[in-house]
Design a protein around this ligand. Sequence first.
Ligand code: ZN
Ligand code: ZN
Length: 445
Amino acid sequence: PTPLADAYRDLAATIVAHARVDRGAYTKLTYLTDRIGARLAGSPALDRAIVWAADALRADGHAVTIDPVQVPAWRRGAESARIVAPITRDLVMLGLGGSVGTPARGVTAPVVVVRSWDELAARAAEVKGAIVLYDVAMPAWTEAHGSGYGDVVPFRGGGASAAARLGAVAVLMRSVTATSLRTPHTGAMRYAADAPKIPAAAITTEDAALLARLAVDGPVQVTLTMSARQDPDVPSANVLAELRGRERPDEVVVIGAHLDSWDVGQGAHDDGAGVVHVMQALTTLRVLGLVPRRTIRVVLFTNEENGLRGGRTYAATHGGERHVAALETDSGGFAPRGFRVETHGDAAVRARLAEIASLLAPLGADTLEDGEGGADISPLTEAGVLGLGLAVDGRTYFDIHHTAADTLDKVDPQALADGVAAIAVMAYVLADAEVPLVPTPTPAP
Ligand code: ZN
Ligand code: ZN
Protein backbone atom coordinates (compact mmCIF):
# COMPACT_ATOMS: atom_id res chain seq x y z
CA PRO A 1 0.00 0.00 0.00
CA THR A 2 1.24 3.46 -0.86
CA PRO A 3 -0.25 6.82 0.12
CA LEU A 4 -0.85 8.03 -3.43
CA ALA A 5 -2.43 4.78 -4.62
CA ASP A 6 -4.54 4.46 -1.47
CA ALA A 7 -5.83 8.01 -1.83
CA TYR A 8 -7.15 7.33 -5.33
CA ARG A 9 -7.99 3.62 -5.21
CA ASP A 10 -11.77 3.99 -4.93
CA LEU A 11 -11.88 6.79 -7.49
CA ALA A 12 -9.80 4.78 -9.95
CA ALA A 13 -12.13 1.80 -9.54
CA THR A 14 -15.11 4.05 -10.28
CA ILE A 15 -13.48 5.47 -13.41
CA VAL A 16 -12.41 2.04 -14.67
CA ALA A 17 -15.84 0.50 -14.06
CA HIS A 18 -17.55 3.33 -15.94
CA ALA A 19 -15.08 3.49 -18.85
CA ARG A 20 -14.98 -0.28 -19.45
CA VAL A 21 -18.68 -0.51 -20.26
CA ASP A 22 -18.84 2.79 -22.15
CA ARG A 23 -18.76 2.47 -25.96
CA GLY A 24 -18.49 6.21 -26.60
CA ALA A 25 -14.93 5.95 -27.93
CA TYR A 26 -15.87 3.26 -30.44
CA THR A 27 -18.93 5.22 -31.56
CA LYS A 28 -16.73 8.25 -32.18
CA LEU A 29 -14.12 6.16 -33.97
CA THR A 30 -16.80 4.65 -36.21
CA TYR A 31 -17.77 8.12 -37.42
CA LEU A 32 -14.16 9.28 -37.84
CA THR A 33 -13.14 6.21 -39.84
CA ASP A 34 -16.26 5.31 -41.84
CA ARG A 35 -17.69 8.77 -42.50
CA ILE A 36 -14.46 10.79 -42.78
CA GLY A 37 -11.75 8.18 -43.37
CA ALA A 38 -8.17 8.89 -44.41
CA ARG A 39 -7.19 12.47 -43.52
CA LEU A 40 -3.78 13.56 -44.68
CA ALA A 41 -2.57 17.07 -43.80
CA GLY A 42 -3.85 19.51 -46.39
CA SER A 43 -6.85 17.37 -47.36
CA PRO A 44 -10.53 18.34 -47.17
CA ALA A 45 -11.06 15.19 -45.08
CA LEU A 46 -8.76 16.51 -42.33
CA ASP A 47 -10.66 19.80 -42.35
CA ARG A 48 -13.88 17.83 -41.84
CA ALA A 49 -12.27 15.81 -39.05
CA ILE A 50 -11.31 19.03 -37.25
CA VAL A 51 -14.90 20.32 -37.44
CA TRP A 52 -16.27 16.94 -36.36
CA ALA A 53 -13.90 16.68 -33.38
CA ALA A 54 -14.68 20.20 -32.18
CA ASP A 55 -18.43 19.56 -32.47
CA ALA A 56 -18.21 16.20 -30.70
CA LEU A 57 -16.16 17.68 -27.83
CA ARG A 58 -18.64 20.56 -27.45
CA ALA A 59 -21.53 18.10 -27.50
CA ASP A 60 -19.87 16.33 -24.56
CA GLY A 61 -19.85 19.62 -22.64
CA HIS A 62 -16.20 20.67 -23.00
CA ALA A 63 -14.87 24.15 -23.77
CA VAL A 64 -13.18 23.94 -27.18
CA THR A 65 -10.46 26.09 -28.76
CA ILE A 66 -9.23 25.89 -32.36
CA ASP A 67 -5.56 26.84 -32.81
CA PRO A 68 -4.60 27.59 -36.44
CA VAL A 69 -1.56 25.72 -37.83
CA GLN A 70 0.01 25.96 -41.31
CA VAL A 71 0.70 22.48 -42.70
CA PRO A 72 2.43 21.02 -45.76
CA ALA A 73 0.24 19.78 -48.60
CA TRP A 74 1.83 16.72 -50.19
CA ARG A 75 -0.24 15.13 -52.98
CA ARG A 76 0.30 11.50 -53.95
CA GLY A 77 -1.22 11.55 -57.42
CA ALA A 78 -1.19 8.53 -59.74
CA GLU A 79 1.66 6.07 -59.22
CA SER A 80 2.83 2.65 -60.31
CA ALA A 81 5.87 0.42 -60.47
CA ARG A 82 6.62 -2.46 -62.79
CA ILE A 83 9.39 -4.97 -63.41
CA VAL A 84 10.30 -4.67 -67.11
CA ALA A 85 13.25 -7.10 -67.29
CA PRO A 86 13.99 -10.02 -67.09
CA ILE A 87 10.22 -10.52 -66.62
CA THR A 88 7.33 -8.09 -66.81
CA ARG A 89 5.23 -7.81 -63.66
CA ASP A 90 3.42 -5.08 -61.76
CA LEU A 91 4.69 -4.27 -58.26
CA VAL A 92 2.32 -3.29 -55.45
CA MET A 93 3.60 0.05 -54.20
CA LEU A 94 2.89 3.26 -52.29
CA GLY A 95 4.95 6.38 -52.75
CA LEU A 96 6.58 7.61 -49.54
CA GLY A 97 5.14 10.78 -48.08
CA GLY A 98 7.15 13.81 -49.13
CA SER A 99 8.59 12.17 -52.23
CA VAL A 100 8.98 14.07 -55.46
CA GLY A 101 7.41 12.61 -58.57
CA THR A 102 9.07 11.17 -61.64
CA PRO A 103 8.94 12.49 -65.20
CA ALA A 104 5.62 11.56 -66.85
CA ARG A 105 7.20 8.61 -68.69
CA GLY A 106 8.58 7.33 -65.38
CA VAL A 107 12.10 6.34 -64.42
CA THR A 108 13.45 3.08 -65.83
CA ALA A 109 16.72 1.79 -64.42
CA PRO A 110 18.54 -1.30 -63.16
CA VAL A 111 17.87 -2.29 -59.56
CA VAL A 112 20.63 -2.56 -56.95
CA VAL A 113 19.49 -4.51 -53.89
CA VAL A 114 21.14 -3.58 -50.58
CA ARG A 115 20.48 -4.66 -47.01
CA SER A 116 22.57 -2.18 -45.01
CA TRP A 117 24.22 1.23 -45.19
CA ASP A 118 27.59 -0.53 -45.47
CA GLU A 119 26.42 -2.49 -48.50
CA LEU A 120 25.15 0.72 -50.10
CA ALA A 121 28.58 2.31 -49.66
CA ALA A 122 30.41 -0.80 -50.87
CA ARG A 123 28.38 -0.87 -54.10
CA ALA A 124 28.59 2.85 -54.83
CA ALA A 125 29.87 2.28 -58.38
CA GLU A 126 26.79 0.21 -59.30
CA VAL A 127 24.39 2.63 -57.62
CA LYS A 128 25.10 5.47 -60.06
CA GLY A 129 22.17 5.62 -62.48
CA ALA A 130 20.32 2.81 -60.67
CA ILE A 131 17.21 2.34 -58.56
CA VAL A 132 18.30 1.26 -55.08
CA LEU A 133 16.09 -1.25 -53.28
CA TYR A 134 16.52 -1.22 -49.49
CA ASP A 135 15.60 -4.85 -48.78
CA VAL A 136 15.97 -4.54 -45.03
CA ALA A 137 13.71 -6.97 -43.16
CA MET A 138 12.00 -5.71 -40.03
CA PRO A 139 12.54 -8.12 -37.11
CA ALA A 140 9.48 -9.91 -35.76
CA TRP A 141 7.80 -8.63 -32.60
CA THR A 142 9.04 -10.13 -29.35
CA GLU A 143 7.96 -9.59 -25.77
CA ALA A 144 11.45 -8.42 -24.82
CA HIS A 145 12.19 -6.09 -27.75
CA GLY A 146 8.71 -5.12 -28.92
CA SER A 147 8.55 -4.24 -32.61
CA GLY A 148 11.64 -3.83 -34.78
CA TYR A 149 10.21 -0.66 -36.33
CA GLY A 150 12.88 1.62 -34.96
CA ASP A 151 15.63 -0.63 -36.35
CA VAL A 152 14.45 -0.28 -39.95
CA VAL A 153 12.63 3.03 -40.28
CA PRO A 154 15.84 5.09 -40.78
CA PHE A 155 16.10 3.53 -44.26
CA ARG A 156 12.62 4.85 -45.09
CA GLY A 157 13.40 8.31 -43.75
CA GLY A 158 16.90 8.83 -45.08
CA GLY A 159 17.42 6.18 -47.76
CA ALA A 160 16.59 8.39 -50.72
CA SER A 161 19.20 11.04 -49.94
CA ALA A 162 21.86 8.46 -49.06
CA ALA A 163 21.36 6.79 -52.46
CA ALA A 164 21.04 10.09 -54.32
CA ARG A 165 24.47 11.18 -53.06
CA LEU A 166 25.88 8.17 -54.92
CA GLY A 167 23.98 9.01 -58.11
CA ALA A 168 20.88 6.79 -57.75
CA VAL A 169 17.84 7.89 -59.76
CA ALA A 170 15.15 6.51 -57.40
CA VAL A 171 14.76 4.27 -54.35
CA LEU A 172 12.39 1.48 -53.43
CA MET A 173 11.89 0.56 -49.79
CA ARG A 174 10.88 -2.86 -48.54
CA SER A 175 7.77 -2.00 -46.47
CA VAL A 176 8.48 -1.51 -42.76
CA THR A 177 6.60 -4.51 -41.41
CA ALA A 178 7.42 -8.01 -40.21
CA THR A 179 4.15 -9.49 -41.51
CA SER A 180 2.64 -8.92 -44.94
CA LEU A 181 -0.30 -9.96 -47.07
CA ARG A 182 1.32 -8.11 -49.99
CA THR A 183 0.33 -4.80 -48.43
CA PRO A 184 2.54 -1.77 -49.08
CA HIS A 185 3.24 0.58 -46.11
CA THR A 186 3.73 4.27 -46.71
CA GLY A 187 5.33 6.72 -44.25
CA ALA A 188 7.38 9.87 -44.14
CA MET A 189 10.72 10.42 -45.84
CA ARG A 190 12.94 13.49 -45.79
CA TYR A 191 15.44 14.94 -48.23
CA ALA A 192 18.81 16.09 -46.97
CA ALA A 193 19.80 19.56 -48.13
CA ASP A 194 23.02 18.28 -49.74
CA ALA A 195 21.53 15.60 -52.01
CA PRO A 196 19.45 15.65 -55.21
CA LYS A 197 15.77 14.89 -54.63
CA ILE A 198 14.93 11.50 -56.14
CA PRO A 199 11.58 9.64 -56.02
CA ALA A 200 11.01 7.13 -53.20
CA ALA A 201 8.36 4.43 -52.90
CA ALA A 202 7.55 1.48 -50.67
CA ILE A 203 6.93 -1.95 -52.15
CA THR A 204 5.62 -5.05 -50.39
CA THR A 205 7.96 -7.43 -48.58
CA GLU A 206 6.91 -10.12 -51.07
CA ASP A 207 7.82 -7.97 -54.07
CA ALA A 208 11.10 -6.94 -52.46
CA ALA A 209 11.95 -10.60 -52.00
CA LEU A 210 11.05 -11.31 -55.64
CA LEU A 211 13.32 -8.52 -56.88
CA ALA A 212 16.13 -9.77 -54.64
CA ARG A 213 15.78 -13.32 -56.00
CA LEU A 214 15.77 -12.12 -59.59
CA ALA A 215 18.79 -9.89 -58.97
CA VAL A 216 20.87 -12.86 -57.82
CA ASP A 217 20.69 -14.27 -61.37
CA GLY A 218 21.33 -11.10 -63.33
CA PRO A 219 20.23 -7.56 -64.19
CA VAL A 220 16.70 -6.50 -63.20
CA GLN A 221 15.01 -3.39 -64.57
CA VAL A 222 12.11 -1.52 -62.98
CA THR A 223 10.00 1.38 -64.19
CA LEU A 224 8.74 3.69 -61.42
CA THR A 225 6.10 6.30 -62.27
CA MET A 226 4.89 8.83 -59.68
CA SER A 227 3.08 12.15 -60.06
CA ALA A 228 3.55 13.17 -56.41
CA ARG A 229 4.09 16.84 -55.69
CA GLN A 230 4.43 19.27 -52.81
CA ASP A 231 1.91 22.14 -52.93
CA PRO A 232 2.27 25.33 -50.88
CA ASP A 233 1.39 25.09 -47.17
CA VAL A 234 -2.29 25.34 -46.29
CA PRO A 235 -4.23 26.25 -43.12
CA SER A 236 -5.11 23.51 -40.65
CA ALA A 237 -5.64 23.45 -36.87
CA ASN A 238 -5.09 21.78 -33.51
CA VAL A 239 -8.29 21.14 -31.55
CA LEU A 240 -8.11 21.77 -27.78
CA ALA A 241 -10.73 20.93 -25.17
CA GLU A 242 -10.56 21.37 -21.41
CA LEU A 243 -11.86 20.12 -18.13
CA ARG A 244 -10.88 23.16 -16.09
CA GLY A 245 -9.18 22.57 -12.77
CA ARG A 246 -10.96 23.51 -9.54
CA GLU A 247 -7.93 24.89 -7.64
CA ARG A 248 -5.04 25.54 -10.02
CA PRO A 249 -6.66 25.88 -13.46
CA ASP A 250 -3.52 27.45 -14.92
CA GLU A 251 -1.59 24.21 -14.35
CA VAL A 252 -2.19 21.80 -17.21
CA VAL A 253 -2.03 18.08 -17.89
CA VAL A 254 -2.12 17.52 -21.66
CA ILE A 255 -3.63 14.32 -23.05
CA GLY A 256 -3.02 14.22 -26.79
CA ALA A 257 -3.18 12.28 -30.05
CA HIS A 258 -2.93 13.18 -33.73
CA LEU A 259 -6.00 13.81 -35.83
CA ASP A 260 -4.28 13.51 -39.22
CA SER A 261 -3.47 10.17 -40.85
CA TRP A 262 -1.88 8.91 -44.02
CA ASP A 263 -4.00 9.07 -47.18
CA VAL A 264 -4.68 5.32 -47.38
CA GLY A 265 -6.90 3.21 -45.16
CA GLN A 266 -8.97 4.91 -42.45
CA GLY A 267 -6.34 5.91 -39.88
CA ALA A 268 -8.20 3.67 -37.42
CA HIS A 269 -5.34 2.55 -35.14
CA ASP A 270 -3.01 5.35 -36.32
CA ASP A 271 -4.20 7.48 -34.73
CA GLY A 272 -7.98 7.53 -34.74
CA ALA A 273 -7.88 5.26 -31.70
CA GLY A 274 -5.70 7.73 -29.82
CA VAL A 275 -7.98 10.62 -30.80
CA VAL A 276 -11.05 8.93 -29.35
CA HIS A 277 -9.06 7.65 -26.34
CA VAL A 278 -8.39 11.18 -25.16
CA MET A 279 -11.76 12.60 -26.22
CA GLN A 280 -13.59 9.90 -24.26
CA ALA A 281 -11.23 10.06 -21.28
CA LEU A 282 -12.15 13.73 -20.80
CA THR A 283 -15.84 12.94 -21.28
CA THR A 284 -15.66 10.08 -18.77
CA LEU A 285 -14.35 12.41 -16.07
CA ARG A 286 -16.96 15.04 -16.87
CA VAL A 287 -19.82 12.54 -16.86
CA LEU A 288 -18.66 11.24 -13.46
CA GLY A 289 -18.55 14.82 -12.14
CA LEU A 290 -14.82 14.52 -11.36
CA VAL A 291 -13.08 17.90 -11.44
CA PRO A 292 -9.37 17.67 -10.61
CA ARG A 293 -7.30 20.38 -8.95
CA ARG A 294 -5.54 21.20 -12.22
CA THR A 295 -6.80 21.46 -15.79
CA ILE A 296 -6.85 18.45 -18.10
CA ARG A 297 -6.51 19.55 -21.71
CA VAL A 298 -7.19 17.34 -24.72
CA VAL A 299 -5.00 18.30 -27.67
CA LEU A 300 -5.77 16.80 -31.07
CA PHE A 301 -2.64 17.59 -33.05
CA THR A 302 -2.63 18.15 -36.79
CA ASN A 303 0.08 16.94 -39.19
CA GLU A 304 1.98 14.50 -37.01
CA GLU A 305 2.60 12.14 -39.91
CA ASN A 306 4.39 14.37 -42.36
CA GLY A 307 5.54 17.48 -40.57
CA LEU A 308 4.87 17.60 -36.81
CA ARG A 309 3.62 21.14 -37.34
CA GLY A 310 0.79 20.63 -34.85
CA GLY A 311 3.11 19.54 -32.04
CA ARG A 312 5.59 22.30 -32.76
CA THR A 313 2.91 24.99 -32.99
CA TYR A 314 1.33 23.83 -29.73
CA ALA A 315 4.68 24.12 -27.94
CA ALA A 316 5.36 27.54 -29.49
CA THR A 317 1.90 28.85 -28.55
CA HIS A 318 1.32 27.17 -25.17
CA GLY A 319 4.80 26.10 -24.05
CA GLY A 320 4.97 29.08 -21.70
CA GLU A 321 2.04 27.75 -19.65
CA ARG A 322 2.75 25.54 -16.65
CA HIS A 323 2.56 22.00 -17.98
CA VAL A 324 2.54 19.44 -15.18
CA ALA A 325 2.59 16.49 -17.57
CA ALA A 326 1.94 15.56 -21.19
CA LEU A 327 0.48 12.18 -22.16
CA GLU A 328 0.24 10.93 -25.75
CA THR A 329 -1.49 7.90 -27.24
CA ASP A 330 -0.20 6.99 -30.70
CA SER A 331 0.50 3.25 -30.60
CA GLY A 332 -2.94 1.97 -31.60
CA GLY A 333 -6.17 1.11 -29.85
CA PHE A 334 -5.01 -2.27 -28.53
CA ALA A 335 -5.27 -3.53 -24.95
CA PRO A 336 -3.36 -1.12 -22.68
CA ARG A 337 -0.28 -2.46 -20.93
CA GLY A 338 0.92 0.65 -19.10
CA PHE A 339 2.98 3.68 -19.98
CA ARG A 340 6.31 4.68 -21.46
CA VAL A 341 7.61 7.44 -19.22
CA GLU A 342 10.07 10.29 -19.57
CA THR A 343 10.94 11.32 -16.03
CA HIS A 344 14.22 13.07 -16.87
CA GLY A 345 16.10 10.94 -14.38
CA ASP A 346 13.87 11.77 -11.41
CA ALA A 347 13.55 8.46 -9.54
CA ALA A 348 11.05 9.84 -7.02
CA VAL A 349 8.66 10.92 -9.78
CA ARG A 350 9.05 7.55 -11.44
CA ALA A 351 8.19 5.80 -8.17
CA ARG A 352 5.06 7.91 -7.78
CA LEU A 353 4.04 7.15 -11.38
CA ALA A 354 4.40 3.46 -10.55
CA GLU A 355 2.02 4.01 -7.63
CA ILE A 356 -0.57 5.51 -9.98
CA ALA A 357 -0.03 2.76 -12.53
CA SER A 358 -0.64 0.15 -9.83
CA LEU A 359 -4.25 1.36 -9.80
CA LEU A 360 -4.50 -0.01 -13.36
CA ALA A 361 -3.50 -3.56 -12.43
CA PRO A 362 -7.11 -4.75 -12.86
CA LEU A 363 -6.76 -3.71 -16.53
CA GLY A 364 -3.32 -5.28 -16.90
CA ALA A 365 -2.06 -1.76 -17.58
CA ASP A 366 0.29 -1.27 -14.65
CA THR A 367 3.72 -1.58 -16.31
CA LEU A 368 6.09 1.36 -16.71
CA GLU A 369 9.02 1.46 -19.09
CA ASP A 370 11.42 4.27 -19.81
CA GLY A 371 10.87 5.57 -23.33
CA GLU A 372 9.59 8.46 -25.39
CA GLY A 373 6.02 9.55 -24.76
CA GLY A 374 5.36 10.46 -28.37
CA ALA A 375 6.27 12.73 -31.27
CA ASP A 376 3.61 15.40 -30.75
CA ILE A 377 4.55 16.02 -27.11
CA SER A 378 8.30 15.79 -27.79
CA PRO A 379 8.75 19.58 -27.97
CA LEU A 380 7.29 19.75 -24.43
CA THR A 381 9.20 16.81 -22.98
CA GLU A 382 12.45 18.03 -24.51
CA ALA A 383 11.86 21.20 -22.48
CA GLY A 384 11.66 19.12 -19.29
CA VAL A 385 7.94 18.33 -18.99
CA LEU A 386 7.05 14.91 -17.58
CA GLY A 387 6.09 12.75 -20.60
CA LEU A 388 3.95 9.64 -20.83
CA GLY A 389 2.95 7.46 -23.76
CA LEU A 390 0.20 4.87 -23.56
CA ALA A 391 1.82 1.47 -24.10
CA VAL A 392 -0.42 -1.18 -25.63
CA ASP A 393 -0.23 -4.79 -26.79
CA GLY A 394 1.43 -3.80 -30.06
CA ARG A 395 2.24 -7.18 -31.54
CA THR A 396 0.03 -6.65 -34.63
CA TYR A 397 0.21 -2.86 -34.93
CA PHE A 398 2.91 -2.76 -37.60
CA ASP A 399 1.11 -5.38 -39.71
CA ILE A 400 -1.36 -2.68 -40.75
CA HIS A 401 0.47 0.55 -39.86
CA HIS A 402 0.31 3.15 -42.67
CA THR A 403 -1.57 0.78 -44.99
CA ALA A 404 -4.94 0.56 -46.70
CA ALA A 405 -5.74 -2.10 -44.06
CA ASP A 406 -5.70 0.29 -41.08
CA THR A 407 -9.48 0.14 -40.83
CA LEU A 408 -12.10 0.08 -38.07
CA ASP A 409 -12.57 -3.70 -38.14
CA LYS A 410 -9.03 -4.08 -36.72
CA VAL A 411 -10.05 -2.23 -33.53
CA ASP A 412 -11.56 -4.20 -30.66
CA PRO A 413 -14.17 -2.09 -28.81
CA GLN A 414 -13.26 -3.51 -25.39
CA ALA A 415 -9.53 -2.94 -25.84
CA LEU A 416 -10.30 0.61 -26.98
CA ALA A 417 -12.48 1.26 -23.91
CA ASP A 418 -9.77 -0.15 -21.63
CA GLY A 419 -7.34 2.37 -23.12
CA VAL A 420 -9.77 5.17 -22.27
CA ALA A 421 -9.94 3.90 -18.70
CA ALA A 422 -6.16 3.82 -18.32
CA ILE A 423 -5.76 7.36 -19.66
CA ALA A 424 -8.64 8.76 -17.60
CA VAL A 425 -7.19 7.39 -14.35
CA MET A 426 -3.62 8.47 -15.09
CA ALA A 427 -4.68 11.95 -16.24
CA TYR A 428 -6.97 12.49 -13.29
CA VAL A 429 -4.40 11.57 -10.65
CA LEU A 430 -1.66 13.60 -12.36
CA ALA A 431 -4.00 16.60 -12.43
CA ASP A 432 -5.31 16.12 -8.90
CA ALA A 433 -2.30 14.99 -6.84
CA GLU A 434 -1.77 17.43 -3.99
CA VAL A 435 1.98 17.44 -4.63
CA PRO A 436 2.48 17.56 -8.39
CA LEU A 437 4.79 15.02 -10.05
CA VAL A 438 7.11 17.61 -11.58
CA PRO A 439 10.54 16.11 -12.37
CA THR A 440 13.67 17.74 -11.03
CA PRO A 441 16.33 16.74 -13.55
CA THR A 442 19.33 15.08 -11.96
CA PRO A 443 22.46 17.18 -12.53
CA ALA A 444 24.97 15.73 -14.97
CA PRO A 445 27.73 13.80 -13.12
ZN1 ZN B 1 0.67 8.01 -35.40
ZN1 ZN C 1 1.76 7.08 -38.34
